[in-house]
Structure formats: structure tokens, C-alpha cells
Design a binder for this molecule. Structure first.
Ligand SMILES: [Zn+2]
Length: 212
């Protein structure tokens, strides 16, 4: 059903008051990983991706809650404290009562040849596994396979942020900033718009499908 345009129309018409939390990973003193060629900060790219994804979702009628909408971390201007930052994100997710949670990150790896988008979910949630599979399949079809001849499987991971809501939750590692081709793509606004669109599409299809 992934390619059915009718599924997307159904999601759009049924989307009123359906909330999606978008979490732009890192921020402030925590820049995340850094682009090997451009020096681009993961925190900035995550935020840029989050905003485009949010625009697509809002234009389709979803309510979007962001964990952050600017370059700052969530420590309120005080000294950076990763634990405090993560608990604030968790609190935002819990209060939003979301239908889905998408956390955006960029990857890095010692070997610069590794590239591609990978999706992670909590083993504790079957719905998250199903959601992750839909997002991963879409990113495989549109980016990973055409660009690098490779498909990834969504992976189970123990991540604090994935455990903060009963709603289907995924972390999307959009690509590797340690890979020149991925970095070139992810630092391009045009590519980010295409990439965010495919995440949006996967979210809309998943939320409009009949699920267990
Ligand atoms: Zn990250």
C-alpha cells in the first residue's frame, strides 16, 4: 500500500488534530557530528530538516510539535546538561500526546565509504517497528538504492527518546556526514526538501493505514 496515492489523501483528510512530534537532534553546545568536508554541524542540519518536514505535515493538516525550533539546546540558557536536555525533549513528547514521533539525526562513521539513511526503533513497540519499516522502505526506494545500490533494514535500538511515548516513534539518521556524497546532499536545501518530503509521505501513509 505504500505507493497508493489514495492512502495519502485519506491521511490528509483525516489529519485534523493528529499530532506529530518532530525532534531535531542536538542543539546549542551539543552540535552532534560534523561534516567532514564542509564543517556543517549536525544540529543545524537536523533543525533545517525538521522545519521542512514540519511544513509538509502542517500543509497537510497535521498538528506539529517541535522539541526545538531554534539553534539552542533545551537547557534554557544554562550550562549544557545532556540529561536535562533529553528529559525536556521527553516532556515535550509526553505532553503533545502524539500519533507519531520522528527524531532527526545525521550519522558519522570512521570509514568514509559508509553512506545512506537508516531508521531506528524501540524493540518494545511493534507499532514503532512497523512505522520504522515503512519509513525505511521509502528511503531505500528513493535514496539508498538509487544513490548507492543498497537497502537497509530498520534497526532496533535502545534510545531514551524512543521510549517516551506509546506512539510509534523512530529516529531517522538521514545520512553520514563522514561520507562526501551524503554530506553534499544533506547540506543542500533542495535535497533536504526531497528527503523531508519522503519522510512526510511515509508518516502520512503509515498514519492512514489500518494497524494492529
Ligand atoms: Zn545525532
Amino acid at each position: 500500500m505504500l505507493s497508493s496515492p489514495f492512502a495519502i489523501v485519506a491521511a490528509v483528510t483525516a489529519a485534523e488534530a493528529v499530532t506529530v512530534v518532530i525532534d531535531a537532534g542536538h542543539g546549542g553546545a551539543d552540535g552532534g557530528v560534523t561534516g567532514a568536508t564542509t564543517g556543517a554541524k549536525e544540529s543545524d542540519l537536523n533543525l533545517a530538516m525538521a522545519k521542512v518536514l514540519g511544513e509538509y505535515l502542517e500543509s497537510a493538516g497535521f498538528r506539529v510539535v517541535y522539541t526545538r525550533k531554534n539553534a539552542d539546546d533545551l537547557c534554557g540558557g544554562g550550562a549544557f546538561d545532556k540529561r536535562k536536555d533529553m528529559y525536556r525533549r521527553a516532556d515535550i513528547i509526553a505532553r503533545a500526546e502524539p500519533a507519531a514521533v520522528v527524531s532527526l539525526h545525521m550519522n558519522s562513521f570512521p570509514s568514509s565509504s559508509r553512506r545512506g539513511a537508516q531508521v531506528f526503533f524501540s524493540r518494545a513497540s511493534e507499532e514503532s517497528a512497523a512505522f520504522a519499516a515503512v519509513v525505511q522502505e521509502r528511503l531505500n526506494d528513493v535514496f539508498n538504492y538509487p544513490d548507492a545500490g543498497r537497502r537497509f533494514s530498520a534497526l532496533a535500538a535502545e534510545k531514551f527518546l524512543l521510549e517516551q511515548s506509546a506512539a510509534p516513534s523512530v529516529i531517522v539518521e538521514c545520512g553520514f556526514l563522514s561520507n562526501a556524497a551524503d554530506e553534499k546532499n544533506l547540506t543542500s536545501p533542495e535535497y533536504r526538501a526531497e528527503f523531508a518530503y519522503e519522510i512526510f509521505r511515509a508518516v502520512a501513509v503509515f498514519l492512514s493505514s489500518d494497524r494492529v
